[in-house]
Write a protein that binds this ligand. Structure first.
Ligand code: FE2
Length: 298
């Protein structure tokens, strides 16, 4: 028997059953997973039992893996292998992080609508987040379909955005949650990068908005006008009709296409509940401007 695909809506988010991600998938099953992924952009695999290695092994079938930024961690030793981002509120001993822990502050940025690693020259193609321990209340993840958001823009706006480039920086989004103090090393490691405002998804030819909270100024546009445009697009792109809320269960693996979705974590009482998740991130093939064949102005 092959995998089962159970769509949640016609074109966005599907649950996948009859598949065990801990072992090698049959080629036909992997193809079916990929086909579903390009169509829906968010896939939910319930009831998976995955070690760190098995999680990474499944992720690596979509492309090369990215390492975490290490930002916010300071000198603390990592809990996980370097290819896994630690999206947890516990320390290495499994105890809840202190209220003022820097990592917690950094993670607050995950509550903003964003897409993973668009602040890197080559951003993330997809992320695969696996839940070990979930909060009983809150701590959901919301996803917004940016292909649907693009499709519903007025024609004049589509024309205005064609070929536009925005500057993305991790520090732009962190400033929005009041985190402005970074080590010189951290600032040096993550200079701002250009990304397309609208990108094309090669597997299906659909166009998608690409304006997460990492986006700052727009090239060849007065700064204030660019920022106002980004605000306007963000408001459009995250309207309720484009949004799906995932309520986590333990052992869910959820993967999403960072090229055409925004996501954010919802709040929860992180001084009371443990929320222990690990994320594998797969790199895209190139910078989004390069993929569109658009030259970046100096
Ligand atoms: Fe994220």
């Amino acid at each position: 028997m092959g995998i089962t695909v159970a769509p949640i809506t016609e074109n966005f988010v599907a649950e996948i059953g009859d598949v065990d991600l801990s072992g090698q998938l049959a080629p036909a099953d992997l193809t079916a997973v990929k086909d579903a992924f390009w169509k829906y952009a968010v896939l939910i695999f319930p009831g998976q039992q995955l070690s760190q290695d098995q999680h990474l092994q499944f992720a690596s079938q979509f492309g090369p893996l990215e390492s975490g930024t290490g930002i916010g961690r300071g000198n603390k030793p990592p809990r996980l292998r370097p290819e896994l981002a630690d999206v947890s509120n516990v320390d290495q001993q499994g105890a809840l992080l202190e209220r003022d822990d820097r990592l917690k502050k950094y993670q607050l940025g995950n509550r903003l609508w964003h897409t993973d690693a668009s602040f890197r020259p080559v951003p993330a193609l997809c992320s695969l987040l696996y839940a070990h321990t979930v909060a009983p209340i809150g701590g959901h993840t919301e996803f917004a379909d940016q292909r649907a958001a693009y499709d519903t823009l007025p024609e004049e706006m589509k024309e205005r955005l064609a070929g536009r480039i925005a500057e993305h920086s991790i520090f732009t989004s962190r400033a929005q949650v009041g985190m402005t103090e970074f080590e010189e090393e951290e600032l040096k490691d993550f200079p701002p990068v250009p990304q397309m405002v609208v990108r094309t998804i090669p597997e299906n030819g659909r166009k998608s908005l690409y304006v997460p909270s990492h986006a700052g100024r727009i090239f060849d546009m007065p700064e204030a006008e660019g920022l106002a445009l980004i605000d306007q697009l963000m408001e459009h792109a995250t309207q309720r009709q484009f949004v799906f809320t995932h309520r986590w269960r333990e052992n869910d693996l959820v993967m999403w296409d960072n090229r055409c979705t925004l996501h954010r974590g919802t709040g929860y009482d992180d001084t009371r509940w443990k929320r222990i998740m690990q994320r594998a991130t797969v790199l895209d093939v190139a910078n989004s401007c390069e993929q569109e064949g658009v030259r970046v102005p100096a």
